[in-house]
Design a protein around this ligand. Structure first.
Ligand SMILES: Nc1ncnc2c1ncn2[C@@H]1O[C@H](COP(=O)(O)OP(=O)(O)OP(=O)(O)O)[C@@H](O)[C@H]1O
Ligand SMILES: [Mg+2]
Length: 225
C-alpha cells in the first residue's frame, strides 16, 4: 500500500484477530498517512468494526504489529493508551452511544472533562454552530432524532481536536440529505488536517473519499477509482 510522503499515522503489519476458532482478520496490512481520508467498505461481517475497534484502541487483543503516530501500541503503557483514546482519537459510533439522560452539551463536554481540556464558551458555540446543534444544547439526548444524535456524536468525537477521527457507518441510518451533511463535516475536518477513517456501505460517499479500501477475506485491498 502507498508509501507516505507525509508522516504516517497508522502502520499495521500482519494483523490477525480471532474470535474463538473464527479468524476475522488474517495477516492484514494497512498504512494511513497524515491527512488521508480513507473509506473502508466490505460486506457485513467482514470485520470492519473489528478492525477499527483495534485502530481506535477499543480492542487490545490481537496479533501483529500496530503503530499509531509512530509508536508501537503493544508496548504502550495503559496510561498512555488512555491519553491517546482521550486526546488523539475521536470515535464516532454507529449507534451514537450518547448518554440518554444527559443533555447534548453534557454529552459533548464529557471527553473534554476526561482530558482536563478547558473548552471556552466561544469554542463550544462555534462547534455547535458548525454541526447545527446549537438549538439542541440543553435538550436531553434521548429526545433527539437519529441525524441529530449523529451530529452530537461527531461534536463529542472532535471536542478535543483529535488528530484522527474514526467513524463507524455514521450515515448508516440516515437519509441522503443528512448523510451528505455528515460527510461534508468530515470533509471539512479533513481539509483542516484531520486524518479520517470512515466505514461505510455507501459507495457514492466512499467514492468522494481520498482512498477506498475494501475488507474481504480478512485483508484490505486498495480500490482504484
Ligand atoms: N465479540 C465477538 N465475539 C465473537 N465474534 C465476534 C465478536 N465481534 C464480532 N464477531 C464476529 O466477527 C465477524 C466480524 O464482525 P464485525 O462486527 O467486525 O463485522 P462488520 O464488517 O463490522 O459488519 P457490519 O457491516 O455488519 O457492521 C462477524 O462474523 C462477527 O460475528
Ligand atoms: Mg460493523
Amino acid at each position: 500500500m502507498g508509501i507516505c510522503t507525509q508522516s504516517t499515522v497508522i502502520e499495521i503489519n500482519s494483523l490477525r484477530k480471532r474470535y474463538g476458532t473464527k479468524e476475522v482478520l488474517k495477516s492484514l496490512d494497512m498504512n494511513v498517512c497524515c491527512g488521508d481520508f480513507v473509506a473502508i467498505m466490505g460486506k457485513s461481517g467482514s470485520g470492519k468494526s473489528t478492525l477499527i475497534n483495534i485502530i481506535g484502541l477499543l480492542e487490545e487483543d490481537y496479533e501483529g504489529e500496530y503503530r499509531l503516530f509512530g509508536e508501537d501500541m503493544k508496548k504502550m503503557s495503559d496510561r498512555k493508551l488512555t491519553k491517546h483514546r482521550c486526546k488523539d482519537i475521536g470515535y464516532v459510533f454507529q449507534a451514537y452511544n450518547l448518554i440518554n439522560d444527559c443533555t447534548v452539551k453534557e454529552n459533548v463536554l464529557l471527553p473534554a472533562s476526561y482530558a482536563k481540556n478547558k473548552v471556552s464558551p466561544e469554542t463550544l458555540e462555534a462547534l455547535f454552530e458548525e454541526l447545527e446543534i446549537a438549538e439542541l444544547a440543553n435538550k436531553r439526548a434521548e429526545l433527539l432524532s437519529g441525524g441529530e444524535k449523529q451530529r452530537v456524536g461527531i461534536a463529542r468525537a472532535i471536542i478535543n481536536n483529535p488528530r484522527l477521527v474514526i467513524a463507524d457507518e455514521p450515515t448508516g441510518s440516515l437519509d441522503e440529505e443528512n448523510s451528505e451533511k455528515i460527510f461534508r463535516i468530515l470533509k471539512r475536518l479533513n481539509a483542516n488536517g484531520t486524518t479520517i477513517i470512515l466505514v461505510t456501505h455507501n459507495h457514492q460517499l466512499a467514492e468522494k473519499a481520498g482512498r477506498q479500501l475494501v475488507l474481504s477475506d480478512g485483508i484490505l485491498k486498495e480500490q482504484r477509482s
